[in-house]
Design a protein around this ligand. Structure first.
Ligand SMILES: *Cc1c(COP(=O)(O)O)cnc(C)c1O
Length: 501
C-alpha cells in the first residue's frame, strides 16, 4: 500500500489548493474574493483602527491555526479581516506620515502576484530563464540612470540593509586581496582585518554599524564623521578622521556616503567624497536607499552628481519607487567584484558548466532561493514609466517644502532643517518652557496619542538627545491641507497635554 487511507482522504479534499491546471477555477475564485476584501481595506476610515495591543492579542482564536479545523476561503477571509485588515496600518492613508513606507503602484502588485503564483526562483537560469533576463535588464537600466560604466552590474536584494552588507563585505574582501594578497573568502579571518576602518556620516543608517558587527569587525570599525548645518558629512572632517586612524595604525578601507539620510533626507557631498576616496585609494559606497531613486527627477540630479564614480550603490525601490516590499538592489562598478560572494555548488551552478548564455544570478547574491522581485519593477516601468515616478518624487519633495514654509514661523514649532528630500523633522514647543525633558515628554505624548487613537502616524527621532517629530512624505496624492490637518492635531494634542499637566 502506497498511502494510508487517511492520507489519501486528506489529499483528495485539499488537492484543489495547488496552483495547477485542475485548480484554475478555484484560483480565480480565491483571487476574486481576496480582491474584494482588499478593496474594502482601502475604505478603512483611518490609517489604523486604534485597537489596543491587548485587544489584538486577545484574538487568540483567530491568531492560532488549529490543525483540526479546515476553513473555507470565505471564512478565512472573514477571519483575516477581523484580525488584520481591519486593524493593520494603511500606508496609503493621508494621515500616515511616519516611516519610509510608500503607497504601492498597481503594476507593482500585479508583478508581485505573478511572481508569487509562478513562484520563479531567480537564482539560476534553469529555474527562471527569461526571468533572469528581466532582472538583468532592471539592473542595467538603473546602472545606466546612475551613469555607472558599462561593466557595472548588480543584484536584487531584500533591502537596503542587505545591500549595505554586501557593500561592506565586498569592500573589505577586495581591500584585503588587493593590498595584502589575503583571500578572506577562502581562508576566513585575518588579524589585519581588525585594523580595517569604514567611514560614514554620523547620520548614516544604522545598518552600516550593524553590518560591520555581522562581519565580525564590530561597531568600532565604523568611524562616524560629523555633519554640518545641513546635516551633510563634512569632507574636511572625513580627511582628518582618515589621517587620524592611519596615525593610530588603523587601515581606512572604505567611505560610505549617504544620498538621502533616513531622518533628514540630506545628501552627503558625493563628488568631494569620491575625490577623497580616490586619493586614499579606498572603496566609495553610496547608500541611496532613500534618495537614490531621485536620479529620475530633475530637482535632485545635481545632488546625486558623483554617484557615477561610486564603487557600489544601494537603492531601495520599495521606498521611493512605489514598489511593494521587497524590491531593492545592490550595484557595483565592475561586475568582477561579485567574485567575493560567488560560490559554485555542484547541484546548482557547477563551475565547469558555467555558460555566459545562461547566467546564474546566484553567483552575485548572498541568498540562494530568491524571489523574482525585479518583475514588479518591470511592470511599473512598462505601465507607469520612469518619468512619472520622477514626477511623483518631485511632488512629495515640494510637499515637504510647502509644509516647511507653512509652519516655519509658527511659534508652536521648532524646525530643524529645510527639507532636502521629503522628510521634515521638527518639534512641538510648549511656550515659556525651557526644560527639554518636558518638551521631550510632550512630543512623545503627541506621537503616541495620535497613533493610539488612529488619528495620525507621525514618526519620532532624536537629535542632540532630544525628541523630535518627523513627517516622511511618500504619497504624491497627499495635499498640503492633508498635512496641515495633522499639524492641527499635533497642536491640539500638545495643548491638551499642557492643560492636563
Ligand atoms: C531604509 C534605509 C536603509 C535600510 O533599508 P531596508 O530596505 O529597510 O533594509 C539603509 N539606508 C538608508 C539611508 C535607509 O534610509
Amino acid at each position: 500500500m502506497l498511502f494510508d487511507t487517511q492520507t489519501d482522504l486528506v489529499i483528495g479534499q485539499k488537492v484543489n489548493q495547488f496552483f495547477d491546471p485542475q485548480s484554475k477555477d478555484t484560483y480565480q475564485e480565491y483571487i476574486q474574493k481576496t480582491v474584494s476584501y482588499l478593496t474594502e481595506f482601502l475604505h478603512n476610515e483611518n490609517f489604523y483602527s486604534g485597537e489596543s495591543p491587548n485587544d489584538l492579542r486577545s484574538m487568540t482564536d483567530l491568531i492560532t491555526a488549529d490543525p483540526h479545523i479546515k476553513l473555507s476561503i470565505d471564512d478565512t477571509l472573514k477571519e483575516i479581516k477581523a484580525l488584520y485588515l481591519d486593524h493593520t496600518i494603511a500606508f496609503h492613508h493621508p494621515t500616515y506620515v511616519a516611516h519610509l513606507n510608500c503607497p504601492v503602484l498597481l503594476p507593482s502588485i500585479i508583478g508581485d502576484l505573478i511572481a508569487s503564483s509562478v513562484n520563479t526562483a531567480i537564482e539560476t537560469w534553469d529555474q527562471s530563464t527569461s526571468g533572469t533576463l528581466i532582472e538583468q535588464e532592471m539592473i542595467r537600466w538603473i546602472c545606466s540612470e546612475m551613469g555607472l560604466p558599462a561593466i557595472s552590474d548588480g543584484i536584487f536584494t531584500s533591502g537596503g540593509t542587505q545591500s549595505n552588507f554586501m557593500a561592506l563585505l565586498i569592500a573589505r574582501d577586495h581591500y584585503a586581496y588587493k593590498h595584502f594578497g589575503i583571500n578572506l573568502k577562502e581562508n576566513g579571518w585575518s588579524d589585519v582585518v581588525s585594523k580595517f576602518r569604514f567611514f560614514c556620516s554620523e547620520k548614516a543608517h544604522f545598518s552600516i554599524k550593524k553590518n560591520a558587527a555581522l562581519l565580525g569587525m564590530g561597531y568600532n570599525a565604523v568611524i562616524p564623521i560629523v555633519t554640518d548645518q545641513e546635516i551633510k558629512m563634512q569632507p574636511d572632517a572625513l580627511v582628518q578622521a582618515i589621517e587620524k586612524e592611519k596615525k593610530l595604525g588603523n587601515i581606512p578601507i572604505a567611505v560610505i556616503a549617504t544620498a538621502g539620510t533616513t531622518d533628514f533626507g540630506s545628501f552627503d557631498p558625493l563628488e568631494t567624497i569620491a575625490k577623497i576616496a580616490d586619493e586614499y585609494d579606498i572603496w566609495f559606497h553610496v547608500d541611496g536607499a532613500y534618495g537614490g531613486s531621485y536620479i529620475l527627477t530633475e530637482t535632485h540630479q545635481d545632488k546625486l552628481k558623483g554617484i557615477e564614480q561610486a564603487d557600489s550603490v544601494t537603492i531601495d525601490f520599495h521606498k521611493t519607487m512605489f514598489q511593494s516590499v521587497c524590491s531593492s538592489a545592490f550595484l557595483v562598478r565592475d561586475t568582477q567584484y561579485f567574485k567575493y560572494v560567488s560560490y559554485y555548488a555542484d547541484y546548482l551552478n557547477p563551475l565547469e558548466y558555467r555558460d555566459e548564455e545562461c547566467p546564474n544570478l546566484i553567483e552575485k547574491s548572498i541568498q540562494t532561493t530568491r524571489r523574482f522581485d525585479a518583475l514588479k519593477l518591470w511592470f511599473t516601468l512598462k505601465m507607469t514609466g520612469a518619468k512619472a515616478i520622477g514626477s511623483f518624487l518631485e511632488k512629495v519633495h515640494y510637499l515637504a517644502l510647502d509644509l516647511y514654509h507653512s509652519i516655519k514661523d509658527d511659534p508652536c514649532f521648532e524646525i530643524v532643517h529645510k527639507p532636502e528630500l521629503s522628510t521634515l523633522v521638527f518639534r512641538y514647543k510648549m511656550a515659556n518652557i525651557e526644560d527639554d525633558t518636558i518638551q521631550n515628554t510632550v512630543n512623545l505624548y503627541i506621537k503616541n496619542t495620535l497613533f493610539k487613537s488612529g488619528q495620525a502616524s507621525v514618526a519620532s527621532t532624536k537629535l542632540n538627545g532630544n525628541i523630535y517629530l518627523k513627517f516622511t512624505l511618500l504619497n504624491p496624492k497627499s495635499t498640503l491641507d492633508d498635512l496641515l490637518n495633522i499639524i492641527g492635531m499635533i497642536k491640539e494634542t500638545g495643548s491638551d497635554y499642557k492643560n492636563n499637566n
